[in-house]
Design a protein around this ligand. Structure first.
Ligand SMILES: [Zn+2]
Length: 261
């Protein structure tokens, strides 16, 4: 048996457990005997993850749930296969069910033609649609379900005591999950989700990419201010809620005011 490397009490992260980068963070929440998995990653790393879980002396049949924090292909490509291997129900937010059950290439980012990205993706039936306020019990642990839209419409965060599994809401460097209209991003909702995380009493944020970190309100404040600026800038196209520059220019065009150069 390979020793369990807990990054926090009751939390194992499979990249750390493997001692190498597998991809997206895959969290195992240990409820005593039973456990759940948060995200599952790519198909070509599933075998290793299964071996690691067995190697830590967990039984595959004690996996109570596999949760998709959202439906992006890098988080869920292995979900259909994992469901068969663990024989565990798949859970996701209501707003991600369609993407998971249709393997929609745009909503899941599995196909980005301009970058020749094409990730084969199997549709997977969602057994449990999660909503804000739901509670997930695993052994002696409880996780509160947060709906934190912004990056994706159905982005989840999960709160367990002082720990928030924060998904693609915020990373240690203050960056956030990709903002893209095709993918269901929404900047005002993203800001509200980040404000909620800022104001919550959790001490540790466990994101879906990169290192876990101590929550830093000042960093969150800077990130929120940055996203506020996106609301009225062209950078994020139709995710912006307006573009004052173009309104001013239109007024100039209509009134015949030539630019003062
Ligand atoms: Zn992601």
């Amino acid at each position: 048996m390979k020793g369990r490397r807990y990054i926090l009490p009751r939390v194992i992260e499979m990249n750390f457990q493997a001692g190498q980068r597998l991809g997206v963070n895959v969290y195992l929440v240990d409820g005593g005997r039973d456990y759940i998995l948060i995200d599952i990653g790519f198909e070509d790393t599933l075998g290793e993850i299964v071996d690691l879980i067995r190697g830590m002396d967990y039984s595959l049949s004690n996996c109570r749930m596999i949760i998709a924090t959202h439906a992006d292909a890098d988080h869920i490509q292995a979900m259909a296969r994992a469901k068969e291997v663990f024989k565990a129900p798949v859970a996701a937010h209501t707003d991600c069910v369609r993407a998971l059950e249709t393997a929609d290439p745009i909503l899941t980012f599995s196909v980005i033609k301009a970058q020749e990205i094409e990730i084969p993706l199997r549709a997977v039936k969602v057994d449990k649609a999660l909503s804000e306020g739901d509670e997930i019990e695993v052994g002696d642990q409880k996780l509160a379900v947060w709906h934190t839209p912004g990056h994706a419409a159905g982005q989840l965060a999960l709160k367990m005591g002082g720990v928030l599994f924060s998904g693609d809401n915020i990373y240690k460097d203050g960056s956030v999950g990709v903002i893209d209209a095709h993918h269901g991003s929404d900047i005002p909702k993203f800001i509200a989700s980040l404000e909620r995380i800022r104001d919550d009493d959790s001490s540790f944020l466990l994101p879906s990419h990169g290192p876990a970190f101590r929550k830093d309100k000042a960093m969150l404040e800077r990130t929120i201010a940055r996203l506020r600026s996106y609301l009225t800038m062209a950078d994020f196209g139709t995710c912006a809620t307006g573009w004052p520059l173009l309104d001013e220019w239109e007024n100039d065009v209509i009134s015949g005011r030539l630019p003062s150069l």
